[in-house]
Design a protein around this ligand. Structure first.
Ligand SMILES: [Zn+2]
Length: 350
């Protein structure tokens, strides 16, 4: 069979629309975007030699997050409205930033919480760079204290246990109600009643699903907000930020809830630092985390492995008292600055 590119697929849309008139109800550019995605995913599949990328699959109708992407021209109307094809005027947050830009893509998302979100892809001028402060810092991340800086500052982990607890309660209710509904559906089928009920006709478990999603979203939003504030603060304060390369250390899959949340936050923390450093003209260095918690930051003595519970220890060579996390952060800073200097020299010699 010949491989059809996105333009050839777009030609097929017209006869398809004739055959299935409901396709006309949707934003026409969204169908083109879908063709684009389909072509790309087949290309990825055929060109992949590692065997890790599978065939494109159909999107499940039951998937809770629903979205579409379009690329027609959309216009701002007034201060708080956007005009989107087929949807008409949509109330949004302030559109002032979009005055002199062209929106390239827009995605409408229906979250499992029942809220709609509109995300836009647009070209905007580069953000203003932060002024340089001539300060360097090493950061170690942990579970109890989220970020530990080499200058002995500690930022606590974000605690949203209230909503997490609530989400857990709703999760319990959801599982039980769904289970009961499933049993009733099976009963109907076994007794072959006249009008067997379907799982969708039970509304109670669907309601709990929404409540659960709301609590989870609330906790996640709060945590993201905290991370945004923290990373912006750090990028503003320091010119060079050294962090551990977490890929090798902590990002193994973990079934423990607190740890898996911490893992997710660390990943997000790093991503935010990466792009914010680039935006605001600062430098981020990822160093190999090997031995950072063992070496004495004062004399460089590498003692034997210490169990994780030990928070404080004394170096057996130079008798310095260390806080484990701060010591690690200082080591990360040392590694980062040697790496930075090495880069500088390499650039000079080349
Ligand atoms: Zn020492």
């Amino acid at each position: 069979l010949p491989f059809l590119g996105k333009f050839k697929l777009n030609y097929l849309l017209k006869p398809l629309k004739k055959e299935y008139p409901f396709l006309k109800n949707s934003d026409s550019s969204s169908l083109q975007v879908v063709n684009e995605f389909l072509t790309q995913s087949w290309k990825n599949f055929f060109q992949d030699k590692s065997g890790q990328i599978g065939k494109p699959r159909f999107h499940s109708r039951k998937y809770l997050k629903k979205s579409y992407t379009g690329k027609s021209i959309i216009k701002t109307a007034g201060k708080r409205y956007l005009k989107i094809p087929k949807l008409g005027y949509v109330k949004t947050s302030k559109t002032g930033v979009l005055q002199n830009t062209k929106v390239k893509r827009y995605t409408v998302v229906l979250e499992p919480t029942g809220k709609y979100y509109l995300s836009l892809q647009a070209e905007i001028p580069e953000p203003e760079k932060y002024s340089l402060t001539d300060k360097q810092v090493g950061i170690d991340v942990g579970v109890a204290d989220f970020a530990i800086l080499s200058n002995e500052l500690k930022y606590p982990s974000f605690n949203s246990s209230y909503f997490e607890k609530k989400a857990k309660i709703w999760q319990k209710k959801y599982s039980r109600r769904r289970h009961l509904a499933k049993l009733l559906v099976l009963q109907d089928r076994n007794k072959s009643v006249l009008c067997p009920r379907s799982l969708e006709s039970f509304t109670n478990w669907q309601k709990t699903q929404k409540s659960k999603a709301k609590c989870q979203a609330k906790a996640a939003n709060q945590r993201r907000d905290y991370l945004h504030k923290l990373t912006t603060h750090l990028v503003k304060q320091y010119d060079v930020i050294a962090i551990e390369d977490l890929k090798t250390k902590n990002l193994q899959k973990n079934h423990h809830l607190a740890k898996s949340i911490a893992n997710a936050s660390w990943r997000m923390f790093r991503q935010m630092l990466e792009y914010k450093c680039e935006w605001y003209g600062k430098k981020l260095i990822a160093v190999d985390p090997k031995n950072t918690s063992r070496i004495c930051s004062k004399c460089g003595y590498n003692s034997s492995a210490k169990p994780l519970e030990i928070r404080e220890w004394t170096c057996s060579k130079c008798q310095t008292k260390h806080d484990r996390d701060i010591n690690a952060a200082v080591n990360i800073l040392h590694k980062g600055s040697t790496k930075l200097n090495g880069q500088g020299l390499a650039m000079v010699t080349s």
